[in-house]
Design a protein around this ligand. Sequence first.
Ligand SMILES: [Zn+2]
Length: 134
Amino acid sequence: MPKPGFKSITVSENIYKKFFEVYEKNRKGLELKGIMSFSGYLTSRMEEMMIKDEVFAKHSPFIEKIAVDQNRVILKDNKKNRIAEVLMNNGELQCLLDDGRSDCVHVGFVYSLPELYGIISSKGINVPRSTHMR
Ligand SMILES: [Zn+2]
């Protein structure tokens, strides 16, 4: 039973193991940040995720995902009221709506899609990832 003011949840062993491995690997660094336990680590990750989601919701409410293909992602830009197509080209993402740019909001949006990581693993695209995911 959790302490008053706390709730417990059940996760699959697989997920637990994955997170626990990362926690174990980064234990020293986490202690420096004041994270002394596995549940403290999960709490901090969840908070991080909430912040990211909030930032995301604030900055990109005008972009919607339409479809994810083998080597392209179709988005709808509700601000411009246009369809944006982001292509994977030689290991780089390019936005057709912005003349092939790789640093526009649409490309940024695609980088934040979990589906992209499935495409990358089959295509071998290099994406900057946060260090603790390694
Ligand atoms: Zn774009």
